[in-house]
Design a protein around this ligand. Structure first.
Ligand SMILES: *Cc1c(COP(=O)(O)O)cnc(C)c1O
Length: 376
């Protein structure tokens, strides 16, 4: 089946009642017939039919053998990292989602894990960072907020040579545009809160696996920690994923128009978008993905312009998060990356003139009109 069809029919859930929409199994526990007749489901921390339906849909979309759904993206990453032991070393993309950096620098480090944050678009740097304790490479592409693209297949080759686990956070492109497991990654991570859910109304996270042992082991950790996705939220995800293809196409179409508008605006100094030919990693994303997504960052002429614009926007909401039907604008230096030390932020270009736009599925003309009046 093609991706659009998997989005709609993915789980192929068949309900005895004939219900077309997967029911919300709002039950904590499940009755067994006898000691020798234990039900497939027993307790919802371990598994739940509504959650299973969304897990098999996302596993299907990413071409994995299994997927686990979590209450948030960070819960998914936290559980995944419980597979590592003290002194294990992980190489991670330096321009990473702020919450992942906070997790790695606080809890993971306290648990004895060691990290090297490097520009993973630079393969020599990746290779040079490998030590005898290195166990994994954690890649985000395109990055947040600087939209730097790393080549999944090239890093997968390095990972394979050194027997490392390649983990890809695929939140920005989603399986609709990029399937990292097909390019050699071992695990895909998602914040389902973003494009997969797609409506800015629920939090969720996913891990998708290619290897059964790793999936089974992580399921035990997940059951032990208990950060699982609730039945109702699982249903919202199933509902959201049905229109993933339509939403990704529309928001990308809008993004291209907005990039063209921003490039000609006198107060806009730089535009960062993975689909720009002079963008870092353009040739790689062109080869590996079927789209560039709808995340844009741009630098304006002054902090004063930032302040005024964030007050002036009418339809565009000044709010954290991304990937929903509504266009959102964020100020990374203070919001998503507020916990990253200023010196480091400046080095990476996350300054007080940078704004990040998550383009929604409204009519592009209306988004551009609001940007225009806001930047006046
Ligand atoms: C939001 C986000 C996360 C964290 O997900 P939550 O659902 O907010 O916990 C991880 N990675 C990326 C790229 C994100 O955008």
């Amino acid at each position: 089946m093609k991706k659009e069809t998997i989005c709609v029919h993915g789980s192929s859930y068949s309900e005895p009642s004939g219900a077309l929409s997967t029911p919300i199994y709002q039950s904590a526990t499940f009755r067994h017939k006898g000691v020798d007749e234990i039900n497939l489901y027993s307790y919802s921390r371990l598994s739940n039919p509504t959650r299973s339906a969304v897990e098999s849909t996302i596993a299907n979309l990413e071409n994995g053998i299994d997927a686990i759904a979590f209450s948030t993206g960070l819960a998914a990453i936290t559980v995944l990292f419980e597979n590592f032991s003290p002194n294990d070393h992980i190489i991670a993309t330096e321009d990473l989602y702020g919450g992942s950096i906070r997790l790695f620098r606080t809890i993971s480090q306290k648990n004895g894990l060691k990290f090297s944050f490097v520009d993973t678009s630079n393969l020599d740097l990746v290779k040079k960072s490998i030590t005898k304790n290195t166990k994994a490479i954690f890649v985000e592409t395109p990055t947040n907020p600087m939209m730097i693209v790393s080549s999944v297949s090239k890093i997968a080759k390095i990972a394979k040579e050194h027997n490392l686990m390649l983990i890809v956070d695929n939140t920005f492109l989603t399986p609709y545009f990029l399937q990292p497991l097909n390019l050699g990654a071992a695990i895909v991570v998602h914040s389902g809160t973003k494009f997969l859910g797609g409506h800015n109304d629920t939090l969720a996270g996913f891990l998708i696996f290619k290897d059964k042992n790793l999936a089974d082991n992580t399921r035990i950790i997940s059951k032990t920690i208990g950060a699982c996705l609730a039945p109702f939220d699982s249903w919202l995800l199933l509902r959201g994923i049905k229109t993933l293809g339509l939403r990704m196409e529309q928001s990308q179409k809008n993004a291209v128009k907005i990039v063209n508008f921003l490039k000609t605006h006198k107060k806009v100094k730089k535009v960062f978008y993975a689909g720009l030919k002079d963008s870092k990693g353009y040739d790689d994303i062109k080869k590996e993905a079927t789209g560039f997504g709808s995340m844009i960052s741009f630098e304006v002429d002054s902090f004063d312009t930032v302040q005024k614009a964030l007050k002036n926007f009418k339809m565009i909401s000044f709010a954290e998060s991304l990937g929903g039907t509504e266009t959102l604008i964020t100020f990374p230096a203070n919001q998503t990356h507020g916990d990253v030390p200023k010196l480091e932020r400046d080095k990476r270009g996350i300054n007080d003139k940078l704004l990040r736009l998550s383009v929604g599925i409204e009519n592009a003309d209306d988004i551009i009109a609001d940007l225009k009046q806001g930047l006046e």
